[in-house]
Ligand binder design. Structure first.
Ligand code: GTP
Length: 253
């Protein structure tokens, strides 16, 4: 079964590094990956994309032609790309026999992809041909702050429900910080509450508490993996998490 992984996450969370790591990890297992870069604004990628949005769209030209700021230009480039999504899907389908996994890198600013029609169109079009899994990459050192932790989880939850696709939360950068706190905060509200005590009285801490309680069902069902995209630690666990999520794909449709 050929599956597709859409790699999403906040700016700097490690999406591009993960795409590279996943490709090299799977290649060491004789699995063939096919890499798609959908970030028109990236200057360099550390992998060789098989399909690159930059080959057909010049982000700087889009910015000048439509008189846009940086984010508007990325969004417009993505919209223009989405108008030809059938060509990408046909190309992927033509590679299905040789490829085990399609890995799609998305723009740095997560909302450009997740809250735009073009992001939905691209995700939906790929998912209509292949079991598709969302990898939501978290910058774990940043998420040690309870408010950032909750923000990330709300984001991941809303993306999962908006896209209606299975999602794996990838706690990245475990070489810099232990990810155990995340497991504790997800499974035991009291430990999260203790961390919040330091912000006692703060309006946002009360809101974060309520949010964390409301998110309990998501916390219970979401699959998580801890990795370091730089060292490769945790990649076997992530790969089996992706396969399990791909097997659950049908239940999301
Ligand atoms: P944008 O697309 O620009 O938003 O970034 P991104 O999400 O693709 O992140 P990228 O892969 O460019 O990584 C951002 C920074 O984090 C780089 O300096 C990476 O080297 C670093 N980084 C990514 N993954 C890891 C990791 O597992 N450990 C460490 N220590 N650094 C990492």
């Amino acid at each position: 079964m050929t599956i597709a992984c859409l790699v999403l996450g906040m700016a700097g969370s490690g999406k591009t590094t993960l795409v590279q790591r996943l490709a090299s990890h799977l290649s060491s297992k004789d699995e063939c990956t096919y890499l798609v870069n959908l970030d028109p604004a990236v200057t360099q990628v550390p992998y060789e994309p098989n399909v690159d949005i930059r080959d057909t769209l010049n982000y700087k030209d889009v910015q000048v032609e439509f008189q846009l700021g940086p984010n508007g230009a990325i969004l417009t480039a993505l919209n223009l790309f989405a108008t030809r999504i059938d060509q990408l899907v046909e190309l992927l389908e033509s590679r299905e026999e040789q490829v085990d996994t399609f890995v799609v890198d998305t723009p740095g600013q997560v909302e450009v992809f997740t809250w735009s029609s073009s992001g939905s169109i691209i995700a939906e079009s790929i998912a209509s041909s292949f079991p598709t899994v969302l990898l939501y990459v978290v910058d774990t050192p940043r998420a040690t702050k309870p408010l950032t932790f909750v923000s990330n989880m709300i984001y991941a939850c809303s993306i999962m429900y908006r896209m209606q696709l299975p999602l794996v939360v990838v706690w990245n950068k475990k070489d810099l910080v232990s990810t155990e706190f995340a497991q504790r905060w997800l499974s035991d509200f009291d430990t999260f509450d203790e961390a919040m005590q330091q912000l006692e009285g703060d309006y946002s801490s009360n809101l974060a508490r309520s949010m964390a309680l409301a998110m309990e069902e998501f916390y219970r069902v979401v699959s998580c993996c801890s990795i370091s995209a730089v060292t490769g630690e945790g990649m076997d666990e992530l790969w089996s998490g992706i396969q399990t999520a791909a097997n659950e794909f049908a239940t999301f449709r």
